[in-house]
Design a protein. Structure first.
Length: 147
């Protein structure tokens, strides 16, 4: 989450000069969750076989005025720009606009320990993936860019 936190307000001193808050204009209105397990597009829970799921480092979930999930933006942290996404992460990134199914666990609070609307996020919750970003560092923990 450290790289993702740095990416939120990145400035022109990064190699691509863009912060996550610029790529996702409504970022401040979203609930942040960390380490959420999702089935890859086309699979549903429990999706236990290798390659059928991935773990998202950070998920930014948008809710409507009634507390219903609208969509999410997924970010994954990598040590460097050269570090590839896993096969599951690549499938998710290529599945923008599709729904991803939560693989396991119930989340009733976000990363800031605030209650999530409704009954939270549970196994089999389906969420449309609006965007997927790779956040990467310099290999030493310092934020470098987003792609």
């Amino acid at each position: 989450m450290l790289l993702v936190s740095s990416a939120l307000t990145a400035s022109a001193n990064t190699n691509n000069g863009v912060g996550l808050n610029e790529l996702v204009p409504d970022l401040a209105d979203r609930k942040v969750l960390s380490q959420v397990q999702f089935c890859v597009p086309g699979k549903t829970a429990p999706c236990n076989a290798k390659g059928e799921y991935f773990i998202a480092d950070a998920v930014f979930v948008k809710y409507d005025s009634r507390g219903r999930i609208v969509d999410m933006v997924v970010t994954d942290s990598k040590l460097s720009q050269a570090t590839n996404l896993t096969s599951g992460q690549t499938l998710a990134k290529n599945g923008i606009g599709q729904q991803l199914t939560v693989r396991s666990g119930t989340r009733t609070r976000d990363a800031a320990e605030e209650l999530l609307p409704g009954s939270g996020i549970t196994q089999n919750t389906e969420i449309i993936i609006k965007d997927f970003y790779k956040v990467y560092g310099d290999g030493k923990g310092t934020f470098q860019g987003i792609e």
